[in-house]
Design a protein around this ligand. Sequence first.
Ligand SMILES: [Zn+2]
Length: 164
Amino acid sequence: MKEKNSNDKQLIVKKINNGIVIDHIASGGSFYVLKALNIDENFPHSVFVAMNVPSKKLGRKDVLKIRNLRKDDLNLDVLGLLISGSNLVCIENYLVVHKEKIKTPKKAYGIIKCPGLSCITNLRENVKTEFDIIESNGKKEDIKLRCVYCDKMFDIHKHISLIV
Ligand SMILES: [Zn+2]
């Protein structure tokens, strides 16, 4: 049977009419994206999550499909810090209207509160957060943010709830 050979493909390619697909997410990454997008039991649109599916490129990967979301609903800098290297595909009326690789941003502005409690960005409302992005060993999984005001260095994956 044909299906046996292409079962992974079918799982991944199964079409949605409108929305976004994020493919080639390093295994476990979809969990962080759902949290960062505030997708919970109250989310009104269909969400398809495939976790830990076999991938030629990554060994294992996650795939996310969210109906009725658009690129404008996403913060690409946040995604770039959580799931750099993944592919974003936007779909309208079953057609791919946009495709791009999610990249690590060089800097991050105003996307997350600083975990440093005594940081000026937490003490004064009018100071916008700004972080340098530090890649240790050139590894995408090892990205750290460093606050330009208080030097606090942290892993965004451990502070998802601070994302604004
Ligand atoms: Zn700070």
